[in-house]
Design a protein around this ligand. Structure first.
Ligand SMILES: Nc1nc2c(ncn2[C@@H]2O[C@H](COP(=O)(O)OP(=O)(O)O)[C@@H](O)[C@H]2O)c(=O)[nH]1
Ligand SMILES: [Mg+2]
Length: 301
């Protein structure tokens, strides 16, 4: 019985070896300490699909400058001739929290200081019959997969319009904007019963201010508000004229009323009740004057 069983001997040896400070043991220990977290990180980021990026949607009538804006932001240079978009198209862009950057190009550089956040910028066709693509991206606030990820990740809508021809195209632009705002209003309403969707704000980008016929942002705002008021009025005319009191009008009628129910004039401020903030800012893609729009995007992401 002098010799203990060989297994115990081996165990004792192994234990002694591990507990004695030696280069290989320390090296293996350090390797584990350093690489396990890195491996875990890669494992987790692999599992998170790209589709979880927040997104900004470009909408607005055809010819407003959506595709030119997307190209400018993507390449940082003036757009070549664009062609009429038939299908939605998205690019991945980066905003940085660099407060010192004076232009969007500086703030969007990969090596800009500050923290970086990626997002999708989604271009959609503006032609009347193809507007369903933009409306599908807005969704109803419930998580639903669209072509560019979850519609619940939508953070903002840039409604680009041509401020130089707005006088002639006001009715068409306002009709489209009405659709967009009503969809957002319904989206916010649907959230009241369940999980509230993230607020989606709207930037009305009054583009082409380089042209001398262009209306300033303040006029674009008041013209649109007035036209949206007319559209709202004509859509509900049948019911309001029939002399039925507001209580007797079905809730469906209230659901389809944009802004404050029963109000005479429409203002963008009425959308605040539905968590929709509307800004009107002028700019020009042609002159690269889009920094204020870029700041607005940075604030949404
Ligand atoms: N003068 C001027 N023209 C512009 C500006 N931005 C875009 N355009 C032109 O407007 C036209 C329509 O632009 P596009 O990006 O295709 O509009 P989209 O239909 O909204 O995608 C193109 O010929 C552009 O060159 C601008 O700021 N000023
Ligand atoms: Mg286009």
């Amino acid at each position: 019985m002098a010799s203990s069983p060989p297994i115990m001997e081996h165990l004792k040896d192994a234990l002694e070896y591990i507990l004695t400070p030696s280069t290989p043991v320390i090296t293996i220990g350090l390797l584990i300490v350093f690489f396990v977290p890195i491996l875990v990180h890669f494992f987790i980021t692999r599992q998170t699909p790209y589709t979880s990026l927040p997104s900004i949607l470009l909408a607005g009538p055809a010819g407003g400058g959506k595709t030119s804006l997307l190209t400018l932001l993507e390449r940082g240079e003036k757009a070549a001739e664009t062609h009429t978009s038939q299908t939605p198209h998205a690019v991945e862009l980066t905003v940085s929290s660099d407060a010192g950057a004076s232009t969007f190009r500086e703030a969007a550089r990969e090596d800009a200081p500050g923290s970086h956040k990626k997002f999708y910028l989604i271009d959609t066709p503006g032609h009347g019959k193809l507007r369903g693509a933009a409306m599908a991206q807005i969704g109803d606030g419930k998580p639903s997969q669209t072509q560019f990820g979850d519609s619940a990740m939508l953070r903002g809508i840039i409604f680009v319009l041509d401020a130089a021809t707005l006088d002639d195209s006001l009715a068409d632009a306002a009709t489209y904007l009405y659709q967009v705002l009503l969809a957002l209003q319904k989206r916010a309403g649907s959230g009241r019963t369940s999980r509230s969707p993230n607020a989606v704000h709207v930037l009305i980008a009054a583009n082409k201010l380089d042209l001398f016929t262009a209306l300033p942002a303040s006029l674009v705002r008041s013209n649109l508000e007035a036209e949206l008021g007319h559209i709202r009025q004509s859509r509900s005319k049948g019911l309001l004229d029939s002399g039925v009191g507001t209580d007797e009008i079905g809730s469906e009628e209230q659901d389809n009323w944009l802004g404050e129910y029963g109000s005479e004039k429409f203002t963008f401020g009425q959308m605040r009740e539905f968590d929709v903030e509307v800004d009107v800012i002028g700019g020009s893609v042609l002159e690269g004057n889009v920094d204020k729009w870029w700041d607005w995007i940075s604030g949404r992401i």
